[in-house]
Every structure is written in C-alpha cells, then in structure tokens.
Design a protein around this ligand. Structure first.
Ligand code: IMP
Length: 425
C-alpha cells in the first residue's frame, strides 16, 4: 500500500476507526499525528467492540508497528489505562508501540484548566469541549511551557511537573477553581514515567527507516476538517490540525513521501459540541439518524447533533485535504428514510454561495439549499458489492461523490470489518 493519510472530512465521528482498521491490514506502520484522548476510535472486530483513544487502532493487528507522533497531545494516565486494557485482552503493546520524545503531554492540570475555562465562559461562548485538557495542552505547547514525553526520561522531570502545577494553580485561582496538590501530582507522574519509559523513543528515525525500507505507512488523523484549528468553524474547533497538512507536521514524515489522501465521509452529517451546523435537523429525521446511527460520543457519551449530507462541507474538505479517494460510511443508517435531502449550496443574506464561509457567524446565518432524492427503503447492511446496492442507494452515493469531487474508494454499510465494499482502492 502507498503511504496514505486518512482524514475525517466533516466534524469528526465519520467512522475513521473502522476504516483505519480495514486499511491497516495492508500497512506496516500506523502513525497517529494529532489530537489526544478527545478522540474515540471505535473498532468492532470478530464481534468484540473496542474504543481506542490514543493507541492507533493498528495495534489490533498482529505485527503492525504503531507510533504516537509528535503532533499528538498524550495523556500518560489515559495511555497507561489503554495499554493495560489491551493487555487484559491479550494484546501486548511493548515492542510494537512507540511514543515520540517530542510528543507533548496532557496533564491533569490541563484537564482542570479545560473544565474551569469552559465553566467560566458565558452561554454562546462555550466551545463544548470534551473536557480532556486538549486546548490547554496545545496552548502550553505554543507558549513553550509544555512538557514533552522526552522530559519523562530526565532527572529534572519531577521539578518540571511541580513548576507547572504551581503555575496552573495561579490560573485556576483566577477562574475560581480549586488548586491541585503539587506533591500528589509529582508522585502520580513519576509512577507514570516509569511505566511509559520503554515506549518513548525518537520516532523520526524509526519512521524514516520504515519508509526507506519500502514499508507502507498509514498516517491516521483524529476529529475532522471542520474541527481544524485553521480550517474549521473557528472558534468552535479543536486545537490541532486534523487536515492532511497536519499529518506531516505531526509525524515528521516529509510531504514528498505521501502518496495519497483518503477522506472519510459519513453519508449524513453529525456534530458534537457547540458551533454552527447548517443542515442540522431538529425533527424526526435527526432523531432517526441519531438512533439508527448510534450517534453518541465514543468518549463523552454526549448525543451527537444530526442532519443531512452537506456537499459544501465535502467540497471544502476535498480542497483543503486534496482527497484522492472517499470512504463513505454509514449508508445503511439511511435505509428507512422515504426521502433524502442533500445540501448543495447555501443561501447567505439572500445570495447563493457554493464555498464555505470563513466566519462561524456567517456560517450560522447560512440556510441550506437542498436537492431531494427518493429513499431506497431496503436494507443495505448485507450488501457486499456495488452491484447489489438498491439502484436508488447507488444513485445517492454517486451523487454525493459527484458533488464532493474525487473518487469513491470504499463504501461502508455497517460497523463490522466485513460490512465493507472496496470500490476503487
Ligand atoms: P476539544 O478537542 O476537547 O477541545 O473540543 C473542541 C471541539 O471539538 C468540541 O466541539 C468537541 O465536541 C469537538 N471534538 C473533539 N474531539 C472530537 C471527536 O473525536 N469527535 C467529534 N468531535 C470532537
């Protein structure tokens, strides 16, 4: 398999976990390049469901090497839990999982700051974060006060943690939140460092050695294009770059070594947290999609907002990421809808627009312009080739791809590995 970047094209939760799992079979190394334990990649294999937040889902395939890249913000305590959860199911990470010395850490004090900051924001200014400390950890990175995984290996580590706890306590006091116990925090992280020590290495030579040896590398993104700190619906975004450009920054693999970009896109749209969402449906359709699609956050359990497919979003994702192939997921969720709408453009202040506005305030004023197609009212979850799809379902998929640009690579009609139709890749 060529070196591949896999990205989410909407507001996250497109079903990347399953697709990464499917593509991993052909990859040698899987690298996670951004985000942290705000992500939840759900994989169902041989009837067992697992949610992975930090460890690349490639770990579920024997012999694959997994890397947590420098662009990730890694919570040591979450990672230890995940390694132990995997161990309890017979999967050993040591010797197959590597964490970059350059990876920034999300600490308990970032989590406390995240929660205090959200609580202090007035209604209308809340982001609806996952509360996992992601924003404060990336803020620490760019303000050059963050701790990196490599710091866990040096003797000064306990003092570095203490300094940061004391600094954070001053910020928490301003937000009227409880201070944290520095001694307890230092003890917690000394223990964590001992456990994670064997996994932390300079991953740049590791990745490049694999590339030079002709191995195939899969770069896995979390969240989605519309949550990108630069390209998303700012400020209602996450604090990293889930888009394909972020894959090189977050892994150390050069852009010249990337062969293709695969965009994962759901056959309808969902969003968790605050922020504009033009095709959101507050009626029966939204309810049906939420129920049939099990649209609840894999990490927070929050219900996801649901609505029709938005081709303006898809076209934008195509431009920003350079999607070569689409992987369309969850078509089967729409099996019971008698009529289906697709948003093809927006109306903004009385004018038709085809491109994504940069401002969230403008996007909030956009009204979707819909095209309507008949539903297929047949089950698709047992279909194994494009030819077996009901004609109306096939027409819907083809229209989405036409409106979005690019080509169809994979169609997914159910959560299991087996419910996957390979088309172009
Ligand atoms: P944060 O990443 O926790 O700071 O949250 C910022 C925004 O991104 C919120 O709207 C979250 O709901 C959203 N978000 C973060 N991670 C995910 C994800 O994995 N799926 C969907 N939305 C997410």
């Amino acid at each position: 398999m060529p070196n591949t970047i896999l990205i989410g094209s909407q507001w996250g939760d497109e079903g990347k976990g399953k697709i990464i799992d499917v593509l991993t079979a052909q990859a040698d190394m899987i690298v996670r390049y951004q985000g942290g334990s705000n992500a939840g990649h759900t994989v169902i294999a041989e009837g067992e469901k697992r949610v992975l937040r930090l460890v690349p889902s490639g770990i579920l395939h024997e012999g694959k090497v997994c890397v947590i890249g420098n662009g990730v913000v890694m919570n040591p305590l979450d990672l230890i839990d995940e390694i132990e959860m995997l161990r309890s199911t017979g999967i050993e990470c040591q010797g197959r999982l590597y964490i970059s010395t350059r990876t920034q850490m999300v600490m308990l004090y970032h989590r406390a700051l995240d929660k205090a900051d959200e609580a202090a924001r007035p209604v209308g200014k809340k982001i609806g974060t996952t509360g996992r400390g992601i924003g404060p950890a990336y803020a620490a990175k760019v303000s050059r006060t963050g701790l990196r995984c490599g710091d866990m290996l040096i003797p000064e580590f306990p003092e570095l943690v203490r300094e940061q706890v004391l600094e954070t306590n001053a910020k928490l006091a301003q937000l009227n939140a409880e201070p944290l116990d520095a001694d307890e925090m230092v003890k917690t992280y000394i223990e964590a460092a001992e456990k994670l020590r064997p996994y932390i290495i300079d991953t740049i030579p590791l990745i490049h050695k694999a590339d030079r040896a002709g191995q195939s590398i899969l770069l896995e993104g979390a969240q989605g294009t519309m949550l990108d700190i630069d390209f998303g619906t700012y400020p209602f975004v996450t604090s990293s770059n889930p888009t394909s450009g972020g894959a090189c920054i977050g892994s150390g693999l050069s852009p010249r070594r990337i062969d293709r970009v695969i965009g994962v896109i759901k056959a309808y749209t969902t969003r968790v947290g605050e922020g504009p969402f033009p095709t959101e449906d507050f009626g029966e359709v939204g309810k049906t999609l939420a129920e049939r699609g099990h649209e609840f956050g894999a990490v927070t359990g929050r219900p996801r907002r649901c609505g029709w497919f938005d081709a303006v979003v898809a076209r934008y994702a195509q431009m920003v990421n350079g999607v070569d192939f689409w992987t369309m997921t969850k078509l089967d969720v729409m099996d019971t809808l008698p009529e289906i709408k697709i948003c093809v453009a927006y109306e903004l202040d009385g004018k038709r627009i085809e491109d994504m506005p940069a401002s969230a305030a403008e996007l909030a004023r956009c009204k979707p312009i819909y095209e309507t197609m008949p539903g297929w009212l047949e089950e698709t979850s047992n279909v194994t080739s494009m030819d077996q799809l009901p004609l109306k379902a096939k027409a819907y998929v083809e229209r989405l791809v036409e409106l979005s640009g690019g080509r169809l690579g994979i169609l997914s009609v159910g959560p299991a590995r087996e419910s996957t139709i390979r088309v172009g890749i």
